[in-house]
Design a protein around this ligand. Structure first.
Ligand code: PMP
Length: 320
């Protein structure tokens, strides 16, 4: 394998590992670090899988036309504009390796941002910091970890990671003809992170090029069935948005200064986010540390109140 300088993998502790370190049972761990939905969607039932289970010994011959059509209708484009993948991550890696190769530069906007962009650039042989020519620019909107909407870079081609689109309602869809590629997912608002279904939206010729470079059948038929069932009733994000605002208010009451977020998480600037994150993890409530603070996923009122109580205690300890 080629050597990789400065190459960090993307990893997060398992719930079993966190439970062991916190001295609790795995069911007692409440994760505030994954930006996923707190509950499984009502559509994710065994019945949604029955037909595909009956065909599980066969390949998804001919692809996933029903799912592609349903996604296209949801986004408001034609099926030819859709590229499926095993989660947004798979789609990001596909797009990056399709546009960028050895020696190229991949420009990453809005750092700190989603760490996979840099990894995808490295895997493609490109470089996020050097390289002679910018082959691709990537921007995450709303940005992870800050939740901010930010300006779109004017560079093209441009990938806009809209993993949290449903929460913000803001999209770059009207820029498809300008070589802007959107990346979306079923992992966040749709509550299907374990199913691993994501997609790109691109102008037709570009979508065709990407599809030709994609693995033959990147999504399991069971996951495709779950995504299709979920599209019958797209999620209502209003409760999460409302809870995010309540939660941010409570954080401010604790003396913290959460950033204004348009996603299902809030970033809290802190001098030593890693230390506080470690203490919360040892209470079975992991949050995500980032360079200048912690990022907290919004769950629901009961879960979020548990975290607020723990935070209040820990900050109180620090002040005494
Ligand atoms: N993009 C961003 C900005 C994310 O935060 C995440 C989830 N961590 C992903 C993509 C990956 O999503 P998926 O589960 O669809 O691979």
């Amino acid at each position: 394998m080629r050597p990789f300088a400065d190459f960090g993998s993307y990893d997060a502790a398992s719930t079993a590992e966190i439970a062991r370190r916190a001295g609790v049972r795995p069911e007692q761990v409440v994760r505030f670090d994954g930006n996923t939905s707190p509950r499984r969607p009502a559509s994710a039932r065994p019945e949604a899988l029955a037909d595909e289970l009956g065909r599980i010994h066969t390949y998804p011959h001919g692809g996933y036309p029903e799912l592609v059509e349903a996604i296209a209708a949801y986004v408001g484009v034609a099926p030819d504009n859709i590229v499926l993948g095993a989660g947004a991550d798979d789609v990001i890696m596909l797009v990056v390796r399709s546009f960028a190769g050895t020696g190229d530069r991949v420009e990453i906007a809005n750092e700190p941002t989603y760490p996979l962009f840099r990894i995808a650039a490295g895997l493609a042989g490109a470089d996020a910091d050097g390289g002679s020519q910018t082959a691709l620019t990537i921007c995450c909107r709303p940005n992870n970890p800050t939740g901010e909407l930010g300006e779109l870079p004017s560079a093209r081609p441009l990938v806009v990671d809209e993993a949290y689109f449903e929460y913000s309602g803001v999209t770059a869809l009207d820029l498809l003809d300008e070589d802007v590629v959107l990346v979306r997912t079923f992992s966040k608002a749709f509550g299907l992170a374990g199913a691993r279904v994501g997609y790109a939206v691109a102008r037709r010729e570009l979508a065709d090029e990407l599809n030709r470079r994609q693995a033959p059948a990147p999504v399991s038929t069971l996951s495709a069935a779950l995504a299709l069932a979920a599209l019958d009733a797209p999620p209502d994000v209003a409760p999460v948005v409302e809870e995010r605002e309540r939660f941010s208010g409570e954080l401010r009451a604790l003396g913290l200064e959460p950033l204004e977020s348009r996603a299902n998480f809030v970033a809290v600037p802190l001098a030593d986010g890693a230390a506080l994150a470690e203490k919360l993890l040892l209470r079975g409530m992991p949050v995500r540390p980032y360079r200048d603070g912690i990022r907290i996923t919004i769950r629901d009122r009961d879960d979020d109140d548990l975290l607020l109580t723990a935070l209040g205690g820990l900050l109180g300890d620090e002040r005494t």
